[in-house]
Design a protein around this ligand. Structure first.
Ligand SMILES: [Fe+2]
Length: 268
């Protein structure tokens, strides 16, 4: 099986991801063995100071490509960024959108809240064909408390990216349950590694792929781990699945009841 990863911190010396070139190459070897054929490097861009480091980032990215090629690693790399949410997201710089396609961008919310300006701002961006991909919504405290927020984002044209680690249970029980709940409701566009290191957050997708395969079948898994990631990189349209309405699952179950069902299914 082949995977395309859309969220990773493989570039060293820039953020809290890979600490050095050696680790970056080892992470890439791990990923290649695991089935990852293409990946987007998405370093954290937290503030204006980081936006000003764009030239440095491109230098590091090119060096990683060069070193990987020299080491015989065939994973094809692209560049984007994980933009920390702020009122003035600068989407015009090259690193802001996936492979500089000007369309899809990866955005990270604060851990425990969603600022009030987000809804309207995202709606305006979607109208301008700038599509936010929300990184790991299943780890956000506000969405964990109020999962219908995730539905609202998708309804307004945003996309959701779930972490493979969440499906593997690395972040605990509730993010795993929410990740499965979101996939089950057809709200998730793709699963990505958010790889930071060799062990706790590795550059691997096969275990999460197995989970999705077993739970929802090969077609869904292919979409979340290859087809949609490819479209995100190329800036192509994503065929969104019809979200299952909250509170009307099978016409009977409320969101809370659905949560309970998933809780029962989750084996930690
Ligand atoms: Fe990340």
């Amino acid at each position: 099986m082949q995977f395309i990863d859309t969220h990773s911190h493989l570039i060293p010396h820039f953020d809290d991801g890979s600490p050095d070139w050696e680790t970056s190459l080892e992470m890439m070897r791990q990923g290649q063995e695991d089935g990852i054929v293409e990946a987007v490097c998405t370093p954290h861009i937290l503030s204006k100071l980081d936006y000003d480091r764009e030239a440095e980032l491109y230098r590091l990215f090119e060096e990683l490509r060069h070193r990987a090629k020299k080491a015989g690693i065939a994973v094809k790399l692209h560049l984007a960024a994980e933009l920390y949410l702020q009122p003035d997201l600068n989407l015009d710089c090259r690193m802001a959108t996936f492979a500089d396609n000007g369309r899809y961008f990866l955005v990270e919310f604060p851990m425990n809240l969603i600022p009030d300006f987000v809804s309207q701002r995202f709606f305006d961006l979607v109208m301008a064909n700038r599509i936010p991909v929300i990184a790991h919504p299943e780890r956000n405290g506000k969405i964990l408390r109020d999962p219908e927020k995730a539905y609202e984002f998708v309804e307004r044209g945003g996309l959701l990216q779930v972490n493979s680690g969440s499906l593997n249970g690395v972040f605990g029980r509730m993010p795993k349950i929410l990740a499965m709940q979101l996939i089950d409701a057809n709200l998730v566009t793709m699963v990505a590694t958010d790889a930071h290191d060799l062990r706790s957050r590795p550059f691997k997708l096969s275990q999460a792929y197995e989970t999705v395969m077993n739970e929802w079948g090969a077609k869904k898994a292919q979409k979340l781990f290859y087809d949609n990631p490819r479209k995100i990189i190329l800036g192509e349209d994503i065929q969104a699945e019809e979200p299952k309405p909250w509170g009307n699952f099978d016409g009977k179950l409320s969101l809370k009841d659905r949560f309970k069902l998933i809780v029962d299914k989750v084996r930690m």
